[in-house]
Design a protein around this ligand. Sequence first.
Ligand SMILES: Cc1ncc(C[n+]2csc(CCOP(=O)(O)OP(=O)(O)O)c2C)c(N)n1
Ligand SMILES: [Mg+2]
Length: 321
Amino acid sequence: MEKSKLIEMYKTMQLIRLIEQRINDEYKYDEIKTPIHLSIGQEAVAAGVCIHLRKDDYIFGTHRSHAQYIAKGGDIKKMIAELYLRKTGCARGRGGSMHLVDPDVGILGSSAIVGGSIPLGTGTALASKLMNNDRVTVVFFGDGAVDEGTFHESLNFAALKKLPVVYVCENNFYAINSHQLSRQVGDNIYKWAQNYGMPGFRIDGNDVLEVSDYAQKAISRCRRGEGPTFLECLTYRWKGHIGTVDDVGDGYRPREEYDYWVSKCPIKWFSEFLKDTGVLTDEHIKNIDQEIYDLIDEAFNYAQNSPKPSPDELLNFVYAD
Ligand SMILES: Cc1ncc(C[n+]2csc(CCOP(=O)(O)OP(=O)(O)O)c2C)c(N)n1
Ligand SMILES: [Mg+2]
């Protein structure tokens, strides 16, 4: 992979990490008026996939979508303003963290309905096929979405019609506090895809190079008109399911498991790789990180100084009586 792309992936992962740490820190002031689901620990999935997407390709996300929005090139000022429910937010302050959208860069939406984005992304892939363009759709979802009927219907249909869609399952092993093995007979998510007739792979979702490699092949396959691919990316969230809690010790996940995944930090590993291979030095990394901190400050200032919607605007954009 070209050096510039490697650096871009580092920047994306670090922007996701640092912006979420800032969200985490600001949350206690109770000015961010929306539930939040942080992706700290899972940054490599979105970064490794979206590096291969064009601006006019589409993505759909979930309740845990900051990473995907950022990696696809969403405007972070509008994202933070959305978290503060300001008029300048990407969903005009009406959606909050779980409803990020930026159609100008192909972010067609995220949904808090678990599994809800899977048929939507299957639909845009069908549209691309019918309109005979080569736009690819990527749908991101969690291991919990596999428990929904719509997951199975959508995969079957996409394989049957050879639709240009890449299904990216971020398997962090938990849906809220329920482990995968308390919800599913086996730990075999990628095999569902194979059974429905598409290539399905299980990969290390904390290794951005591996994610990028598989994503590139999957996206190229879509562009060639050969149909969908399924990527099950094993990864781990560091924070609790919702909000800013640190919940290790609450009983549902073992400390050793958490420690193992923290030791596999995707950003730490990748920055070491970039230094070992001479792509970046400590000095470069320091400068990049400072630029990212500045961008984040700018986004928070923008959001905090943006106007709030007024009550008389409540019914704007409501189209039915
Ligand atoms: C249809 C539906 N059922 C239940 C919920 C409640 N719920 C919100 S998030 C969540 C867990 C989702 O887990 P997963 O898909 O693995 O995503 P993760 O939170 O791990 O990123 C559940 C059950 C919901 N939002 N929608
Ligand atoms: Mg999960």
